[in-house]
Design a protein around this ligand. Structure first.
Ligand code: FHN
Length: 454
């Protein structure tokens, strides 16, 4: 069976997993379009930032030549032996969280390779640990029905041919050769796609520095497209990303989706996007790092889905190979919530009521899911919609009182029946929910007054 077909089947299998209903792309769609639709259906993934740097508790890549002198940083791998690393436990943690895909830092800005690469000895098989982490994690993900993806940093502050170095790209290397580095990069990403794939996503990063260009990004995208037609590639393959907003400048080549970072992306029904965020503060492991409360984790997930985006939620495993138990527990709490309410996230699309302080909404078929965070007494008022509401109920629960007029829609749920984090209400309609134009929700709940045009 062709690898592309295999991957599409795998992505759809994950998307069609119990509780996940896919808004499938039409049968005539390209392998990439089908893969993107399946990926959007998944809505929730685990980001993992890990490497020998975890021995220091400082940030991966950025601490090289800063908190840790570069020579000392580059020697960390010689004492890296995470004997408690168990890929099955990591995959189980993602599964128990209700996550559908995993993105792992195969190579970050420090240039260390977490797979058995033939391109450099600066890799995990040369450490005391000696095992191919990407191999074990990709196998574990697939055996747990998760889709596997790799993160790859275009910049490489250690490699002699990449012109800029640590700290943070502020130094310039003598005798660097960017063309030779670009070939090295292609060999590495080719290994990842060919030997560990099919991958769902190649998650590029580190595109912002001067040595990388739109031309190189466009060429790399085309190279990978030929290697795996269904491979999803983010906008950081090229130079169109607007900083942490993650959106792509119009008219510039920008890969397959946008990548807001440490924030919830803007509502967008036209272009796929994924917010990447840390469960704590740092991407790599940091002792006693501040961890986000469950309410923030869940509202972030729901508000992301409500904006028509995915959430890639990051953990930084410890130097012994374990994900911190408190982080595993937080992920389990998210999974417990999703086991009861996952149909309002997986396989949905955002809107039609745009996210805000009030809450968010998602939709599929003839159903809108309201995710209500804030109430006015027992009521939540929303703008009118051009569809007849035929039935309103708490998801999996009792019928809900509602009033629909030509100017608003109001639902009423007594406090005792509400979820303090997110009360999910199913609105059934007399027509497909995707036919309804997205609408802002003003502070009163009704549509905000139209802006006066000068
Ligand atoms: O510099 C990296 C950072 O370490 C981390 O990997 C994030 C994750 O999206 N990306 C870059 C910062 O934008």
């Amino acid at each position: 069976m062709r690898r592309t077909t295999l991957l599409i089947l795998l992505v759809l299998a994950v998307a069609l997993a119990p509780g996940v209903h896919t808004a499938q792309a039409p049968a005539s769609a390209t392998p990439l379009a089908k893969a993107l639709a399946g990926w959007q259906d998944m809505r929730f993934g685990l980001f993992i930032h890990w490497g020998p740097v975890s021995l220091t508790g400082h940030e991966i890549g950025w601490s090289r030549g800063a908190q840790t002198p570069s020579d000392a940083y580059d020697a960390l791998y010689t004492r890296f032996n995470p004997v408690q690393f168990n890929a099955d436990e990591w995959a189980r943690a993602a599964k128990d969280a209700g996550m559908k895909y995993v993105v792992f830092t195969a190579k970050h800005h420090d240039g260390f390779c977490m797979w058995d690469t033939k391109t450099t000895d600066y890799n995990i098989t040369r450490s005391p640990f000696g095992r191919d982490v990407v191999r074990e994690l990709s196998d574990a993900c697939r055996s747990h029905g998760l889709v596997f993806c790799t993160y790859y940093s275009i910049l490489d502050w250690r490699h002699p041919d990449y012109p800029l170095g640590s700290p943070a790209g502020k130094t310039r290397k003598a005798n660097a050769d960017m063309n030779r580095y670009a070939e090295y990069l292609k060999q590495q990403v080719s290994e990842l796609v060919t030997n560990y794939g099919p991958l769902a996503v190649m998650w590029f990063d580190g595109e912002w520095e001067e040595p990388w260009s739109v031309e190189r990004g466009t060429d790399l995208y085309a190279f990978l497209r030929r290697l795996q037609p269904s491979l999803i590639i983010n906008n950081r393959v090229s130079k169109a990303r607007a900083g942490m907003e993650g959106t792509s400048a119009a008219g510039q080549f920008s890969g397959d989706y946008d990548t807001p970072e440490q924030r919830i992306g803007g509502f967008n029904m036209g272009r796929p996007w994924e917010s990447c965020m840390t469960i704590c503060e740092q991407w790599a492991w940091k002792p006693d790092d501040a961890m986000k409360p469950l309410s923030q984790c869940l509202r972030t997930l729901v508000s992301t889905a409500g904006g028509n985006g995915n959430l890639l939620f990051n953990v930084g495993p410890m130097p012994d190979g374990r994900i911190e138990p408190r982080q595993v527990e937080r992920l389990k709490e998210m999974g417990a919530w999703l086991r009861l309410r996952g149909e309002s996230v997986y396989g949905t699309r955002g809107g039609p009521f745009k996210p805000g302080a009030w809450g968010a909404s998602t939709r599929r078929g003839t159903r809108i899911y309201l995710h209500v965070f804030a109430w006015d007494g027992d009521a939540r008022t929303l703008p009118a919609i051009p569809a007849k509401v035929t039935r309103v109920q708490l998801l999996g629960g009792a019928r809900v009182e509602f009033t629909q007029t030509t100017s608003s829609l109001t639902v009423r749920v007594p406090a005792a029946s509400r979820d303090p984090i997110d009360t999910v209400i199913a609105l059934d309609l007399d027509r497909p929910a995707m036919t309804i134009a997205p609408v802002e929700v003003g502070s009163s709940g009704k549509a905000p007054a139209p802006q006066r045009t000068r």
